[in-house]
Ligand binder design. Structure first.
Ligand SMILES: Cc1ncc(C[n+]2csc(CCOP(=O)(O)OP(=O)(O)O)c2C)c(N)n1
Ligand SMILES: [Mg+2]
Length: 377
């Protein structure tokens, strides 16, 4: 029997080359500042989320993204706004990076009607149709067939219905734990076979709850090989440096849009906190955490901008202060929003109401009418 590692140790980023492209460097300073501000916003939002959870203002499962901010920010910056995005349950960062107002995100976690899903989804189910964010999914890997289907749908509309060229790319985020779900492999097979323009971004933070990638996954240091089995091109990206994430992803997304082919990314990252709010992190050492914390994505970009003389301490502090008050406002707003009314909301939004607004019966007409075809499936 082979030896199993309970922790990933300090070599998770070993051997990763920086992206060969450097298009991010040519972008105006304002763009970099926007990405820095977004990462600071996500961080502050989640620090407050943890406090609110401890104060029991937020219930249910809650997973914070602290440490991984450069992934959502860099990847989403490389998409067009109309490109669909779908992700797992560690989803606050993706929602904010996609443009969701922090108020709607916070109110969702507080279970209030002002939340993006009227408070009926909670932390794991951020959904924002206006910003083309299709969740927030709690079942590990469940979003991977959905992402593939979203991409198939946009391609079908562009190529079959409109008889044109594929224009959209779907970003489908997943954790390293989802690598071993059958659904992902079925989805990748179809994507490879049918030229589906979906980019699978594995947010490889080295752990699936308390199980290290080496312990739970074959070829844990070479997961790109799995995509090769489906004819899908793959690459590894250092996900702690937002400029590097953007550079790598811009190339991958542009190519997927042009060729209408899928892609797979082993995005190396690290979560600074536990899996969820109730994880004492006994499976890894504090020394290991400190090594990765020294590569904090916010500090990396802040220092880069300061070293290049474009940002000074005072303007960074002013920006952080502004972010703190924006997050405080979101909490105030969430607290002021009422919980959804049981009478009005319990049965709403369950089905797509093809037969019109819900009329109060538990047997909608569409189901009654389908009686004649019973048993044929
Ligand atoms: C099908 C399924 N099995 C088990 C679980 C319980 N579970 C929730 S999160 C998780 C770990 C997933 O880890 P990973 O995909 O690496 O994502 P991360 O938490 O690191 O972001 C597990 C096993 C689940 N939600 N769904
Ligand atoms: Mg993981």
């Amino acid at each position: 029997m082979s030896v199993v590692n309970t922790a990933i140790g300090t070599g998770h980023f070993d051997g990763l080359a920086k992206s060969s492209s450097s298009v991010s460097r040519a972008l105006p300073f304002e763009k970099h500042l926007e990405w820095l501000r977004m990462m600071v916003l996500i961080r502050e939002f989640e620090v407050r989320t943890m406090q609110a959870y401890q104060d029991r203002k937020i219930g249910g499962f809650c997973h914070v993204y602290i440490g991984q901010e450069a992934v959502a920010v860099g990847c989403i910056a490389a998409t067009e706004h109309s490109d669909p995005v779908v992700t797992a349950y560690r989803d606050h960062g993706h929602a904010l990076a996609r443009g969701m107002d922090p108020k709607y995100c916070m109110a969702e976690m507080f279970g209030r009607i002002g939340g993006c899903a009227k408070g009926k989804g909670g932390s794991m189910h951020m959904f924002d149709r206006d910003n083309n964010l299709f969740g927030g999914h709690g079942i590990v890997g469940a979003q991977t067939p959905l992402g593939t289907g979203l991409a198939f749908g946009t391609k079908y509309i562009d190529e079959v219905i409109n008889k044109g060229k594929n224009r959209q790319v779907t970003l489908c985020f997943l954790g390293d734990g989802a690598l071993n779900q059958g659904a992902l492999h079925e989805a990748m097979n179809l994507a490879g076979l049918l030229d589906v323009p979906v980019v699978y971004v594995v947010e490889n933070n080295g752990y699936s709850m308390g199980t290290s990638i080496q312990r739970g996954t074959t070829m844990g240091d070479q997961i790109v090989a799995k995509a090769g089995a489906y004819g899908i091109t793959a690459r590894e990206i250092d996900g702690m440096d937002v400029l590097n994430v953007y550079d790598g992803m811009k190339e991958v997304i542009d190519e997927a849009r042009e060729t209408s082919r899928p892609a797979f990314i082993d995005m190396r990252t690290y979560r600074f906190k536990g899996h969820s709010m109730s994880d004492p992190r006994k499976y890894r050492s504090r020394e290991e955490e400190e090594v990765y914390e020294s590569g904090d994505p916010i500090a990396q970009l802040r220092d880069h901008l300061m070293d290049s003389g474009k940002l000074d301490e005072d303007s960074f502090k002013a920006m952080a202060k502004e972010v703190r008050s924006e997050v405080k406002e979101s909490i105030k707003w969430a607290e002021a929003s009422p919980p959804p009314s049981i009478e009005e909301e319990l049965y709403r939004d369950v089905y797509v109401e093809a037969w019109g607004p819900y009329n109060g019966t538990t047997e909608p007409e569409i189901i009654r009418d389908a009686g004649s075809s019973k048993g044929e499936g």
